[in-house]
Ligand binder design. Structure first.
Ligand SMILES: N[C@@H](CCC(=O)N[C@@H](CS)C(=O)NCC(=O)O)C(=O)O
Length: 241
């Protein structure tokens, strides 16, 4: 049976981290809110259900049979072994999960660059705070997170091609998406650090050129970045590092 992915229609958002894993593995899945006749109402009905067991708080969530599995890192922890995108070794699966949770933290900080005060308020009503938050994010947090992932790559005893061992994992796919998103949101900042994190850049290029990922990126299943998602481009928030 096909996996069912629930996420807000029309944006990449956090759902994209799950889509990339499903696409790389050529898994059968349904992007439910994009299916005519199903749509966002079906997702909201599950989240608001008064009878379903184990209802999710927020999308993305995956439905596999009777199971609802929420949170990107948790979904990927579940899917990784089934899709052949997790380490074989049990202990290393927790290492992968730790790396993915670091990406979760990074993504939350990306979100806070444009919504530093309230998720529920308009960007325009928190623009000044967003400018201050983005400046600090560019100066301190991008280098700290990317520097960390660069070290993980360079210190991988199997070589710097992957974050863990010598096989592709879902964490590699997620780091690719982080670089895609940062490059969209903060092009000046990212240009100013080009070549600084060579291992991360190589991984990004390598993932983007994988046959299934490259075909997906060119397909209409890959939604464009926009100012509705997590990675938003507001020129006033972007500056060289
Ligand atoms: N920790 C969750 C975060 C989920 C999340 O924040 N989802 C957003 C969309 S990307 C949402 O709809 N949140 C609703 C809310 O927080 O009220 C994950 O990594 O999946």
């Amino acid at each position: 049976m096909a996996y069912e992915l629930y996420y807000w229609d029309g944006i990449q958002g956090r759902g994209e981290f799950v889509r990339l894993a499903l696409e790389e593995a050529a898994a059968q899945y349904v992007d439910v809110t994009r299916v005519a006749g199903r749509g966002t109402d079906e997702m909201l009905a599950i989240m608001g259900s008064k009878t379903e067991e184990h209802i999710p708080f927020a999308p993305p969530f995956l439905k596999d049979g009777d199971l609802f599995i929420p949170h990107v890192a948790n979904i990927l922890f579940y899917l990784g072994p089934k899709l052949g995108l997790a380490p074989e070794n049990d202990g290393l699966r927790y290492v992968a999960n730790g790396l993915q949770l670091t990406i979760t933290d990074f993504v939350a900080e990306v979100h806070d660059t444009h919504h530093p005060i309230s998720t529920g308020a308009y960007y325009e009503d928190q623009r000044d705070e967003a400018k201050a938050r983005s400046a600090a994010f560019i100066k301190d947090r991008i280098p700290k997170f990317l520097g960390y992932f660069e070290r993980v790559l360079q210190q991988n005893r199997k070589g710097p091609k992957h974050l863990i061992g010598d096989n592709l994992s879902y964490v590699d796919l997620s780091l690719f998406q982080v670089i895609e998103g940062l490059t969209y949101a903060f092009p000046k900042a990212m240009k100013s650090i080009s070549n600084r994190y060579s291992g991360v850049e190589t991984l990004h290029d390598h993932v983007g050129n994988r046959p299934n990922i490259s075909a997906y990126l060119r397909s209409d299943r890959r939604l464009p970045f926009s100012e509705e998602g997590i990675f938003r481009h507001y020129p006033e928030l972007d500056q060289p590092m």
